[in-house]
Design a protein around this ligand. Sequence first.
Ligand SMILES: *Cc1c(COP(=O)(O)O)cnc(C)c1O
Length: 319
Amino acid sequence: MNIAFFDKTTTTQIIAVQYKTETNQQIPLLIKRDDLIDPFVSGNKWRKLKYNFVEAHRLGYKGIASFGGSFSNHIYALACAGAKTNTPTVGFIRTHKLDLANPTLKAAKQLGMTLVPLTRAEYKLRHDPQFISKLKEDYPDYFFVPEGGSNIQSEPGLKELADELHQYLDTSQNPNIKIATAVGSGGTIEGLLKALPSQSFIGVNVVNDTDLLNRLHDQYNSQLRLHSDALFGGYGKFDKTLEAFCLEFYQQTGVLIEPVYTGKLFYALCYQRERLGLNQEEPVVAIHTGGLQGLRGMQYMNRLTDTRWLPLINSHVPG
Ligand SMILES: *Cc1c(COP(=O)(O)O)cnc(C)c1O
């Protein structure tokens, strides 16, 4: 294991863009370009994996194991980081049968990840200590990271992101700017909430997980506004409206987004401002958490109906 890969400076820029809605409203947006951290280990997955690798290395583990679905950005990022750091990786994948034509799994395997299928019933136990202990018997030298990479070791990496945001806001004209991000497992927003206890956040849910939402609401009520009106039916679900929005957003801003995470975040910020408690001109720092890799999976599944995606994916999404 050689973790020098994670030494590079990852301070990302914050750019200002305007988005003109269908009713000709100009929406000002500040975008934290974490999608540009690394072409393969993108966005929040870099932030969350970095100190997992540092800790696994410090403790003398040989490899890293984690969990994810067949199209998981986290699994893809882990496989890439494993290849870059010369670290063996294991991916426990929620699937009855591994489909190696799937671009995420195919790339992960090519990068050297050992893929282990878990049934739906087994995968449900992914947080169960007894089940994990059993898996560890087969991989005793592996450091186990939970699904999405959201654990205590993810926090120092998210603190680095928080510090960059804080520094920006500290020197900006408007100290009350809110920070917005997509909420999946909640690890990213929780790391930021902990690191910046007097900052206001907007979390746009992309997963219908009421337990998580209730917990975040109870724990961070004063700091966090959670928004569930841009779910588009649930995790990974979207329609032609959201697809068209993502493409239009790219046309207008030059920033590519996708319909599972960042598309929903920016849709809410552009079209649901009232429900977010935002004024028309109020700027927000939105974190582009990356995840463009997922577009390849959606293309593979024939889920993208608009022909404009194809050239964009081929020129912007590595893989
Ligand atoms: C994984 C992922 C998220 C979700 O982050 P959590 O820490 O799980 O809430 C958001 N955006 C992108 C692009 C992701 O890949």
